[in-house]
Ligand binder design. Structure first.
Ligand SMILES: [Zn+2]
Ligand SMILES: [Zn+2]
Length: 269
């Protein structure tokens, strides 16, 4: 427990399950403990994202391989008295969501999720009681062609992502703040070396005993604080988007928008 509460990392990747992951699951534990964290939630890149296991594997084998990063971390976490929970990150054409709640057995018994479109996919997660968080909604990167913004399809949005330049977080933070959308904060950790300089994470008033405690707390919007540095909260006049932005309505129909449509004229300093 840190001074303010119980600190968790909620967006991170392992070598075993994410093609871009550098650190094997078990090798995170000692550093997290040293830095005073109470636990971590693994969110490796799933089937349509930058996943490491072969997509040619039979579904059950794919899931077994995919869960190895988590399982190795959990085993070491149990040994060292550190909490490790399971989640994943899915990608639909550059539009990414963090999923929390359903577990390995659920994935094995729902192979239809592989071919579900985005709306069906997120409905399946919600039917299972799970939590959907839109990851880094205003991210602009070489691998992306558009910014997709889904206020109605998710339960919360990642307002701070340590892997983003600050302006992308400033847009996300203000978007959430203006609309009363619940916010999360994560490091998007791929390498244990980046944990110490990270500014992100979530601090809870009570310790989390299972992934369902996380799901319930985030859905309620109460009992936690997403760590967001002040410089990632303010939109300044030089901040602008470089990719086209699409805002989705209640029916998941997208419409092209510009910054002024979203924030009005006055938002920029
Ligand atoms: Zn990655
Ligand atoms: Zn990620």
């Amino acid at each position: 427990m840190s001074a303010q509460g119980y600190k968790y990392e909620v967006h991170m990747h392992t070598y075993e399950a994410s093609a871009c992951g550098r650190t094997p699951g078990a090798e995170y534990i000692a550093e997290f403990k040293r830095l005073g964290y109470d636990g971590m939630i693994l969110t490796d890149h799933f089937f349509h994202g930058n996943t490491r296991p072969s997509r040619d594997l039979p579904w059950e084998d794919y899931i077994d391989e995919f869960c190895k990063g988590y399982e190795h971390a959990k085993e070491e976490g149990d040994r060292q008295g550190f909490k490790v929970f399971f989640g994943w990150e899915e990608n639909h054409h550059g539009d990414e969501f963090l999923i929390y709640g359903p577990d390995k057995e659920w994935l094995k018994s729902h192979p239809e999720i592989r071919d579900a479109d985005q709306t069906e996919y997120l409905e399946m997660i919600h039917e299972a009681g799970g939590l959907v968080v839109q990851a880094h909604p205003f991210r602009e990167r070489g691998y992306l062609t558009h910014v997709h913004i889904h206020p109605f399809q998710c339960d919360a949005m990642e307002a701070c992502n340590f892997g983003n330049p600050p302006y992308q977080d400033a847009f996300a933070y203000n978007f959430c703040k203006d609309r009363g959308i619940i916010m999360t904060s994560g490091t998007d950790l791929h390498d244990v070396k980046n944990l110490e300089p990270s500014c992100a994470g979530m601090v809870f008033e009570k310790p989390l005993e299972s992934i369902w405690d996380y799901v319930a707390a985030v859905k309620s919007g109460k009992g936690f604080t997403p760590l967001i540095p002040e410089e990632r909260k303010v939109i300044t006049s030089e901040m602008t988007n470089t990719l086209d932005m699409i805002l989705y309505d209640e029916n998941n129909i997208g419409k092209n928008v510009v910054l002024e449509d979203i924030f009005g004229k006055e938002k920029k300093l």
